[in-house]
Design a protein around this ligand. Structure first.
Ligand code: ATP
Length: 360
């Protein structure tokens, strides 16, 4: 059975890093004796030039027919004024397909000079509501300005959305070390994040083998720095999850290594935790590891859902090759090295192909 994957390069460093992830996935598939069927789709700045809109309807309709999507980062703040206030391309896709869970693993790998080499956490970020007002409303935005000098934002927490992310987090924690931390700010945002905390606790009570703790988001930021090895799965609302995952990504080495997936119960999209990094775009030095790892996580997720073990093996091979390439010095400047984006990809592929040592 052919696996059809949509490729959306994105903006900024996206067109530099996404093709590297595609090449690595192709090499992993060849390693397992199969091929992917890739379909490149316009989205973002390129789509404004070709279709007059960052989110062409044809792209969304094409996604319906694909199995997995790899989404590059978008720099929607840099789009022409007429698109100001619109949902970002990523948000449109997440909303259209109900990708309610954003799972962001951060693990210190050998050779990258991680600030916290012992860190090994997964942040299960609720992805459909919370304090991110842009995705809270059926119509319009939850952020608005009654006068030019007054700005308001609406935070939304619902039992239904909290239950489903809590279940994902509990399942993940059960598969990992059995430790779950619920992150909220219930001493200040008592009703909204208090509801989030309480519903997470209720769901977790159905998993008696888990050790469940909770923390305020500000304390959690400090604890992640002070005792990074003490945490495993962290479940939290949207904005808190975005911030904590950047922190955890840097503690593990660099934001440029932080892979992630967005998923519902039936659909998965690979998307790195980082943004379009306009400050380094066009220089060929962006770290491709985050999008490579995101792609491998999406392959593993889809392989598990479809019981296609070729995908699980391909994902394992990619992860092993990434670890090996980093350990033998394939480091971009964010990790203190001087390798280019393409060189890192080539080194990962060389490990996959068995040209250097063993890919494991
Ligand atoms: P967004 O809100 O879209 O996630 P952001 O404002 O968090 O974006 P990023 O684009 O993620 O910002 O960039 C934050 C910093 O991390 C920048 O200095 C950027 O150069 C760096 N960075 C992000 N991704 C990478 C990468 N893949 N390789 C190297 N550096 C990166």
């Amino acid at each position: 059975m052919t696996v059809r994957i949509g490729v959306l390069n994105g903006d900024g460093i996206g067109p530099e890093i996404v093709p590297v992830a595609v090449a690595v996935a192709d090499a992993a598939a060849a390693h397992e004796g199969f091929e992917f069927d890739w379909l490149s789709l316009p989205l973002g700045r390129g789509a404004i030039e070709s279709h007059g809109t960052p989110i062409p309807q044809q792209t969304l309709e094409a996604l319906d027919a694909l199995d997995i999507w790899v989404l590059g980062p978008h720099d929607s703040a840099g789009y022409p004024e007429r698109f100001a206030g619109d949902l970002t391309p990523g948000a449109v896709i997440r909303k259209r397909y109900g990708l309610y869970a954003n799972l962001r693993p951060c693990r210190g790998l050998p050779g990258v000079g991680a600030l916290a080499p012992e860190i090994d956490v997964v942040i299960a970020r609720e992805n459909s509501e919370g304090l991110y007002a842009d995705r809270n409303m059926a119509v319009g935005s939850g952020e608005f300005m009654p006068t030019p000098d007054i700005a308001l934002a609406v935070g939304v927490i619902t039992r239904a959305a909290t239950e489903r992310i809590a279940r994902q987090a509990c399942e993940l924690a059960t598969e990992r070390s059995g430790r779950l931390t619920i992150v909220h700010k219930a001493n200040v945002l008592t009703m909204t994040t208090g509801l989030f905390r309480d519903v997470c606790r209720e769901v977790a009570a159905g998993y008696p083998d888990l050790t469940v703790t909770d923390a305020h988001v500000d304390a959690m930021a400090a604890l992640l720095v002070r005792r990074p090895g003490d945490f495993d799965v962290i479940v939290t609302e949207n904005l808190f999850g975005d911030i904590l995952s950047d922190l955890a990504g840097e503690l593990a080495g660099s934001l440029g290594m932080a892979g992630s997936i967005n998923c519902s119960d039936t659909v998965v999209m690979a998307q790195a935790s980082h943004g379009a990094a306009p400050d380094i775009a066009g220089r060929g030095v962006a770290n491709p590891i985050a999008i490579i790892s995101s792609t491998s996580k999406a392959l593993r997720w889809y392989g598990r859902r479809t019981t296609d073990e070729r995908l699980t093996r391909a994902a394992d091979a990619i992860d092993a090759a990434v670890t090996a390439a980093l350990a033998d010095g394939a480091l971009t400047p964010d990790l203190g090295g001087s390798a280019t984006t393409v060189q890192v990809g080539e080194r990962v592929i060389a490990h996959l192909d068995g040209q250097i040592g063993s890919a494991g």
